[in-house]
Design a binder for this molecule. Structure first.
Ligand SMILES: Nc1ncnc2c1ncn2[C@@H]1O[C@H](COP(=O)(O)OP(=O)(O)OP(=O)(O)O)[C@@H](O)[C@H]1O
Length: 283
C-alpha cells in the first residue's frame, strides 16, 4: 500500500482574474508533517480548501489517500480531520457533549472520549460549556474533535495562531505524537520556528508560488553560502568570522589558550531564507 497520503501536481487557482495559486506541487507521506509557510494572503487556506474538496482548482491535480480531490466523498471524509478557523464547536454544549455529538456522527465508540480528553488536557473541563473555554482550550477541543476518529490525514490551518507559548508547545507535542503514530499532517503557519521544529518538509509560499520546498534543515544549509561562525570568548567578547584560513588560525589560537566559551555556525533561518528569496518577511 502506498505511503503517499497526499499529493498535488501543478495546482493553480484563479479567483475571477486574480491568480492566487500558480502551479504548485508537493507530496506528504504517512507519518510526516508538511508545513505550508507563507505570509498572509499567500494562498495557504486556499490550498487546504482545494485539498479537502471545498474548492475546485483552476488547473492541476490533487490526491488525498489515492482519491482525486474533486471526487472526495464520505469514505475520504471519514479518514481525514480538518482544523480551520471555521471549525465551529457547539458553544452551549459541554466539552464532553461536543465530543459525544461528533463521536455519534462519526461512529466512534463513546468510550474513546475520556482517553482523548485526558490526552488533550481537557478532562477536568469536560463538564464546562464550550463558550466558557479559553482560546487555547477551545483550540484543543477543536483539535480533539478533528482527531476523534483517528484520521489518517490531518489538515491544520494555523493551529497555534494567537496561542500562548505554553499552549503552543502542548499542541506541538501532541502533533509529534500523532505523527509518530503514523498520521500524515498538513499544516499552514506563519511561524518559522514552529515549522522548523515540527515539519519533515516545508513549502515556502509567496504570492501563490512555492519558492522553496524540502526539509527545513536542508533548505537552510543550501542557503548557507557565506559560511560564518560566531565565537563567544570567556571575556564576553563576540566575534563573527567568515570561513577562511585567517579565521581558522584565530580559532586555533583561542582554543590553545582556552578562551572559547561557545562556538556556533551561523546558518540562515527559514525566515532569512524567505526574506532573501522574496524580499519580504514571513510575519
Ligand atoms: N473565495 C474567494 N474569492 C476571491 N478571492 C479569494 C477567495 N478566497 C481567497 N481569496 C484571495 O486569495 C488570496 C489568498 O487567500 P488565502 O486565504 O488562501 O491566504 P492565506 O495564505 O491563507 O492567508 P492568511 O494567512 O491571512 O490566512 C487572498 O488575496 C484572498 O483575498
Amino acid at each position: 500500500m502506498s505511503t503517499e497520503y497526499l499529493s498535488f501536481h501543478h495546482l493553480s487557482k484563479t479567483f475571477q482574474k486574480d491568480p492566487v495559486l500558480k502551479d504548485i506541487s508537493a507530496t506528504l507521506e504517512r507519518g510526516h508533517i508538511l508545513g505550508f509557510l507563507g505570509p498572509s494572503g499567500a494562498g495557504k487556506t486556499t490550498t487546504i480548501k482545494i485539498l479537502t474538496g471545498q474548492l475546485r482548482p483552476s488547473s492541476g491535480e490533487a490526491y488525498v489517500l489515492g482519491k482525486h480531490c474533486q471526487d472526495i466523498d464520505e469514505s475520504i471524509y471519514e479518514q481525514i480531520g480538518i482544523v480551520t478557523d471555521e471549525s465551529g464547536v457547539y458553544e452551549r454544549l459541554s466539552v464532553y457533549d461536543n465530543l459525544k455529538y461528533f463521536a455519534r456522527l462519526l461512529n466512534v465508540p463513546l468510550s474513546n472520549i475520556p482517553t482523548l480528553l485526558n490526552r488533550i488536557g481537557l478532562y477536568e473541563h469536560r463538564k464546562k460549556a464550550a463558550a466558557k473555554l479559553s482560546k487555547g482550550q477551545t483550540q484543543r477541543l477543536i483539535l480533539a474533535r478533528a482527531i476523534l476518529h483517528r484520521p489518517r490525514v490531518l489538515f491544520l490551518d494555523e493551529p497555534t495562531s494567537g496561542l500562548d507559548p505554553a499552549t503552543s508547545m502542548e499542541i506541538h507535542k501532541m502533533l509529534l505524537e500523532l505523527k509518530d503514530a503514523g498520521m500524515a499532517i498538513f499544516l499552514t503557519t506563519h511561524n518559522m520556528e514552529e515549522a522548523a521544529k515540527l515539519c519533515d518538509n516545508v513549502a515556502l509560499l509567496n504570492e501563490g508560488i512555492i519558492v522553496e520546498y524540502g526539509n527545513p534543515k536542508d533548505i537552510c544549509l543550501r542557503h548557507n553560502i557565506h559560511k560564518r561562525y560566531r565565537v563567544r570568548l570567556h571575556d564576553g567578547s563576540i566575534h563573527e568570522l567568515a570561513q577562511s584560513e585567517e579565521s581558522a588560525r584565530a580559532i586555533a589560537n583561542w582554543l590553545a589558550q582556552d578562551q572559547i566559551e561557545t562556538i556556533h555556525s551561523c546558518e540562515p533561518t527559514l525566515e532569512t531564507v524567505f526574506l532573501s528569496a522574496t524580499g519580504r518577511s514571513l510575519s
